[in-house]
Design a protein around this ligand. Structure first.
Ligand code: ATP
Ligand code: MG
Length: 587
């Protein structure tokens, strides 16, 4: 299906974007220049993410500029300036130092999006420790898996979460030495400390540990969409990518109010919910609450959010409501909306233009890449359904794996193949913890292989086809689940779709769609036939789904991604395997 490109004209910019001419920016780009726009640690003692995010601003005119604005559940608003953040993160770093926790030790936070999480993140980085945040809704087993594989030495959590989910794991986690309880007024015995007490007596001054750009800084587990989550390790130099993407993709300018809806338990919430906006010295909104359409629109209005970063699943949830937000809310401050995590249906890109006043800018990256790698830039034409073009400084290619394990780089346009990135960018993961063989397998020659199938058009735009494992092979055709899902989404009754290949004797695989409908729509055979006809007319009979099953909700993981592997396992009556990252119904 053809969607018209969305052209940008200089008149449509309220603020002149940093990247105005893609080719020119790429031609002049170098990571060395990016490095020069950052500070480095005083005295040439290396590079530290938290210094770039906090201290370098706290020592300038931004000292009293709001860094974080935290929106609590009951209307509470807490604001922290760059100086506040410097002091709180210094205190936390001192708490760690006093406990004997040092460089290379891993500090986990297992809590809701509360201020302590943010102080702990930045304080751990200052201390040279490795920081790893976990979704607060995880149950004991996924928590155990991650604490164990991440060699957790410190866990920051609340008393209730600790008692319900961690206490039972203690014996299996001999490396876990310290539990810092965010809400305990007194220590609970050896190794179980009251964080407020320790913070109170800790100094507000801290000299950041000398960290090398290659020292480990962040540990993030992948979303578990395709299998057991992998622990990707990142180094302090990743901040080059955070900064460069904040500048060229998200287009941060000094007065921006930025809101990233992702939880830090997902890499997006750490890289863009904390680091990138702080490195840019702007104000970052944190909402403590889960998705709620009305609350979200009110936040956009009241906080005067100018740049918004969210996910396709959230956008689809807003679209499903069929309301015209601009009639009900004042969204005039919003100048850009970005999305990541799953393919963004063309329908959703266009919806943004109408409903929010700005088309949605899709971008692509992975936990492993540490930051945005392919993006739609504000000044560049959007081709709905395309992830955009590679970040300046990133070489992306479409490759074919050969039988002898070598790679062929596909030079023709519009040919499907695996997306590969030339290795060596600053935020490239440096390891999968405890899975060295798996890590090494991701690299062939100078390429990192992403596992995603894409095509590149004649103008260098990349189009997502599907994850390599999800591509459907039916009667000799290769079918992109994303294309089928997007076509279904174009029907007014459809809120969400997940498409799988179901084994079939005749076809090899049969295209089967699971569809969630918009509220008020009746799921019956007539609609089923209509949807089959609708997709056949657009995609042809070979690609259109043969079977459609209606579901109230599609299974998703905590990062909000549709779990096709689970749809398939259920369809085949297979055991559901690892579903530690599943979102529970109605969340
Ligand atoms: P796991 O690796 O554990 O199966 P995951 O791949 O979902 O989980 P993430 O690192 O959070 O974990 O997600 C990266 C993947 O998400 C990408 O490889 C891609 O498949 C998908 N993705 C991210 N952004 C986009 C996008 N803009 N368009 C299409 N797919 C996207
Ligand atoms: Mg992955």
């Amino acid at each position: 299906m053809h969607w018209q490109a969305i052209k940008k004209t200089p008149k449509s910019f309220r603020v002149t974007p940093h990247l105005l001419d893609y080719e020119e920016t790429c031609a002049h780009f170098s990571w060395e220049t990016i490095g020069r726009e950052l500070n480095g640690l005083p005295g040439g003692k290396g590079l530290n993410i938290a210094h770039e995010a906090v201290d370098r601003h706290a020592n300038t005119h931004l000292a009293h500029h709001p860094a974080l604005r935290w929106l609590g559940p009951d209307g509470t608003v807490l604001e922290y300036t760059y100086t506040d953040l410097q002091q709180q993160s210094n205190r936390f770093a001192n708490v760690l130092r006093q406990l004997g926790v040092g460089k290379g030790d891993t500090v986990f936070v297992f809590a809701d999006r509360i201020p302590a999480l943010y102080f702990a993140a930045l304080g751990s980085l200052k201390n040279g420790s490795i920081f790893c945040p976990l979704f607060s809704a995880f149950g004991p087993e996924p928590v155990y898996q991650r604490l164990q594989r991440g060699h957790a030495k410190v866990l920051v959590t609340t008393t209730q979460i600790f008692q319900q989910k961690v206490e039972q794991l203690r014996e299996r986690l001999p490396q876990l030495q310290h539990i810092l309880l965010i809400d305990a007024s007194d220590d609970l015995g050896e190794g179980h400390w009251s964080l407020p007490q320790k913070m109170m007596v800790a100094s507000e001054d801290f000299t950041i540990e000398a960290t090398d750009p290659e020292d480990p800084a962040l540990l993030h587990f992948t979303s578990g969409t395709t299998g057991m989550p992998k622990g990707a390790l990142h180094v302090h130099k990743a901040v080059f990518t955070h900064y460069a993407t904040g500048k060229f993709v998200l287009d941060f300018h000094p007065d921006d109010i930025f809101w990233c809806t992702a939880d830090p338990g997902w890499v997006t919430g750490m890289a863009y919910g904390i680091i990138a906006p702080l490195v840019a010295g702007i104000t970052c909104i944190i909402d403590s609450e889960p998705f709620n359409a009305e609350r979200w629109y009110k936040i956009l209005e009241r906080e005067q959010v100018s740049i918004w970063y969210t996910s396709p699943t959230a956008i689809r949830r807003l679209m499903r409501l069929d309301i015209q937000p601009r009639r009900l809310y004042d969204l005039r401050h919003l100048r850009a909306v970005h999305s990541v995590g799953e393919p963004l249906n063309p329908e959703a890109v266009i919806w943004g233009q109408d409903a929010l006043g700005t088309a949605i800018h899709d971008n692509w990256w992975q936990t492993e890449t540490g930051g945005i790698m392919i993006a739609n830039y504000l000044a560049m034409e959007i081709r709905p359904g395309s992830m955009g073009r590679p970040l300046p400084g990133i070489q992306a290619a479409v490759i074919r794996r050969q039988k002898d394990h070598s790679l062929e780089v596909i030079t023709e346009d519009n040919v499907e193949g695996e997306l590969a990135l030339q290795k060596g960018w600053p935020s490239m993961f440096r390891a999968y913890v405890d899975e060295d063989t798996r890590y090494r397998k991701c690299f062939v020659d100078q390429w990192y292989l992403t596992g995603d199938i894409v095509r590149r058009d004649g103008d260098g735009y990349f189009w997502f086809v599907g994850r390599a494992d999800d591509i459907i092979k039916t009667a000799g055709h290769m079918v992109s689940p994303f294309e089928v899902e997007s076509t279904l989404m174009a029907h007014p009754a459809v809120a969400e779709a997940g498409v799988i290949g179901k084994p079939d004797v005749l076809l090899g695989e049969l295209v089967k769609a699971f569809v969630a409908l918009k509220p008020g729509t009746v799921a019956d055979d007539q609609l089923r036939l209509e949807l089959i006809g609708f997709t056949r007319r657009r995609l042809g009979p070979a690609v259109a789904p043969r079977e459609i099953e209606f579901q109230n909700q599609l299974p998703k993981n905590r990062a909000g991604k549709i779990m096709r592997r689970l749809l398939k396992d259920r369809e085949l009556g297979m055991p559901e395997g690892d579903f530690s990252t599943m979102e529970t119904e109605n969340e």
